[in-house]
Design a binder for this molecule. Structure first.
Ligand code: 8OZ
Length: 364
């Protein structure tokens, strides 16, 4: 029997994927007026449609959920129409695309918020970090704690945005439970000192993520619902005193909900894989559907982990920005182009839709 490789077709719930390579959600801060995907977004995503699956950049579930300049939303008709152009363009090339839905919680700035109100969070604890606003990085604002009465509204915003995602033609939804944003702020005790049913115990801190995921799965089907987590990542200046039992519990519950995939940032997001001791295999063994492994993978490590049965799909982030044909380059062993950090966040077509494919760059 031949060995499994990343380049073979596979399935993700009801979907057929052309390979096991996933494009990570990547924030590019290029949404146009009304926080509608820009005129270039359809081109950007369709250029990358040879990925087995694309996960879109993080997309707000409501105006209240925004924390960075010019990130798109999925709560107005214009945003639904804008995303429809993206999903149509990806599907026309045979690709698959999920939308990543987020609420930033405390990682926000009053200048981005309706009425310049304080960002909302599980507890009024300011993160020692910055956000992208006014075309640069500035300290996040002081948050206020959500009241117990406000929490059902957050769940409802995710449910509604998930319904919009299907209207917009997405193949599914990824709930952003990672990287120090609202759902992770509830999970990790460095950001959550609540004394109600959403704070304290492992079960209580997991509650909001699980309620949001259950609401999304009920709305669009568990077979179209994925969740991203980052158990030991310090992204968003967050800490957790007990990540292993906390995430062992979360993953058991997510598996019981029957969601189609678990997307795990193994280590520090965009940084070292060994930032803290953690048994990721324990999560994999607790989750009965598709496991997406993320962080610092190259082809060799990915193929090794695939053959060991440690993961099913492998998520590549930054290399997809400067290599729209990343799948083909990895397949033929072509060199990878470097990305231009100056055009990562904000701006227009430059550094967004002008990175060439390998074949066309070598023919120049
Ligand atoms: C980098 C810059 C802005 C946002 C994440 C959505 O960390 C992000 C993000 C990353 O998940």
């Amino acid at each position: 029997m031949s060995e499994k490789t990343l380049f073979e077709p596979c399935t993700l719930g009801p979907l057929k994927l052309s390979n096991r390579i996933v494009m990570a959600p990547l924030t590019r801060n290029r949404a146009g007026s009304g926080l509608v995907p820009s005129e270039h977004a359809a081109a950007y995503y369709s250029q990358r449609a040879s990925a087995g699956l694309i996960i879109s950049e993080a997309t707000q579930v409501s105006a209240d959920a925004q924390g960075y300049q010019d990130t798109p939303g999925l709560y107005t008709q214009q945003q639904i129409d804008g995303w429809r152009q993206v999903t149509d363009a990806v599907h026309a090339k045979g690709g698959r695309i999920f939308v990543q839905l987020w609420h930033v919680g405390r990682i926000s700035h009053v200048d981005l918020r309706p009425g310049r109100t304080a960002p909302v969070a599980p507890s009024a604890i300011r993160a020692a970090t910055k956000t992208f606003v006014h075309n640069g990085f500035h300290d996040v604002s002081e948050p206020r704690a959500l009241t117990l009465e406000e929490i059902p509204g957050i769940v409802e915003d995710f449910r509604q945005a998930a319904a919009h995602a299907i209207t917009a033609g997405f193949d599914g939804v990824e709930v952003h439970g990672a990287n120090g944003y609202l759902l992770e702020q509830f999970i990790k005790d460095g950001a959550n000192t609540r004394t109600d049913t959403y704070g304290g115990s492992i079960e209580n801190r997991a509650r909001l993520l699980l309620e949001v995921t259950a609401a999304v799965a009920k709305e669009i089907g568990a077979e179209r619902t994925g969740v991203r987590i980052s158990p030991v990542s310090p992204a968003g200046a967050i800490s957790c005193s007990d990540p292993q039992p906390q995430y062992d519990y979360i993953v058991e519950q997510l598996s019981a909900l029957g969601i189609v995939y678990l997307h795990v940032v193994e280590g520090a997001t965009g940084g070292p894989r060994d930032v803290a001791p953690f048994d990721f295999d324990a999560l994999r063994s607790r989750f009965k559907h598709t496991y997406l492994a993320n962080n610092g993978y190259d082809l060799e490590l990915a193929n090794a982990r695939l053959r060991e049965g440690k993961a099913d799909l492998f998520v590549f982030g930054r290399p997809f920005i400067s290599n729209p044909d990343l799948v083909e380059r990895l397949r033929i062993g072509a060199p990878l182009a470097a990305l231009d950090p100056a055009t990562l966040y904000g701006g227009g077509a430059k550094g967004y839709i002008d990175y060439p494919n390998f074949a066309s760059s070598s023919a120049l």
